[in-house]
Design a protein around this ligand. Sequence first.
Ligand code: NAD
Ligand code: ZN
Length: 342
Amino acid sequence: MLALVKTAPGPGLELCDVPEPPMGIDDVRIRVLKTGICGTDLHIADWDAWAEKTIRPPLVVGHEFVGEVLELGSNVNDLAIGDMVSGEVHVVCGRCRHCRAGRWHLCANSIGLGVGRDGAFAEQVVLPVTNVWHHWPRIDRETQAIFDPFGNAVHTALAFPVLGEDVLVVGAGPIGLMATAVVRHAGARYVVVSEPNPFRRELAMKMGATLVVDPRERSLQEAQAELGMVEGFDVVLEMSGNPAALRSAISAMAHGGGIAILGIPTEEIAIDINEIVFKMLTVKGIYGREMYETWYKMTVMLQSGLDITPAITHRFPFREHEAAFATARSGDSGKVILDWTA
Ligand code: NAD
Ligand code: ZN
């Protein structure tokens, strides 16, 4: 089969002919139809310090996908050939304290698809059945392809109650864009999105933002004044990984507020703990998705009218992966999709 492979340490990815992945009795073989490009894939392609420390080539990359069930292991009874599925990226150990208590998302031994094991930028992918999510049929194929980052958005957006609250989304990458639509759907009053890139600010308006702010031009306090807010943001979704952005977000929060941090900084960030203490803030780190409560919530919000498709801006056939990666890297894009059937 064809797959996009990190063949050796160093920058670049190669489209290679590789053996089909082997199957175990609890596994599902999936024919990949569409995939989404994630920042993680860019880090691996570019071979930055994180990739050098984490990735052991050769590795098939990629983890955001939708596909069709091709083959079931002998232990698998609850799926059928042809079912449309996506995969939860984190393959958990099943044995630790948290796994045994059903808190799989807290497993400290999880292995990432396309990071610690061969991934989904390939004509086929194999996953344990416990990592396979069977889609509700009426969700469009491209939305199904990005259930993984959509799950990051939903997990973060629902970390604190948002009904009637004023929410700040920091960073309008694909995940911040989807989170904007989610908090709007979940009943937030004002949704302010802070993002330096004008292309992404415009997308944020399409996703339902009340107001967008260029943090280089305008303070969050000015945005609050424009909206007539008197208290500060009740909920902050940190989706930029940027030190200055995190500090200004905290300074614009209301007493008793909650900040959910998804963004992954590349360096240590100094913050004034006095602000956390005296404003009595709650800080929550978000990694991945809750298995499978987040997946359930994603599905029911789509069933009740949530639309995340404006966050998908570009599509490429998989053979044009270099152009697709360049588009994702440029920042003048939302989610970029690779089509594995074209
Ligand atoms: P992205 O890099 O496309 O988006 C980050 C956005 O933040 C960009 O649009 C950038 O312009 C913006 N930004 C930069 N400086 C800013 C500032 N000062 N103020 C406001 N915005 C600023 O990434 P993404 O794919 O949307 O993911 C969002 C973040 O979440 C990234 O940091 C990513 O590494 C991280 N992530 C975390 C998890 C997890 O499980 N914790 C999973 C996936 C991604
Ligand atoms: Zn575990």
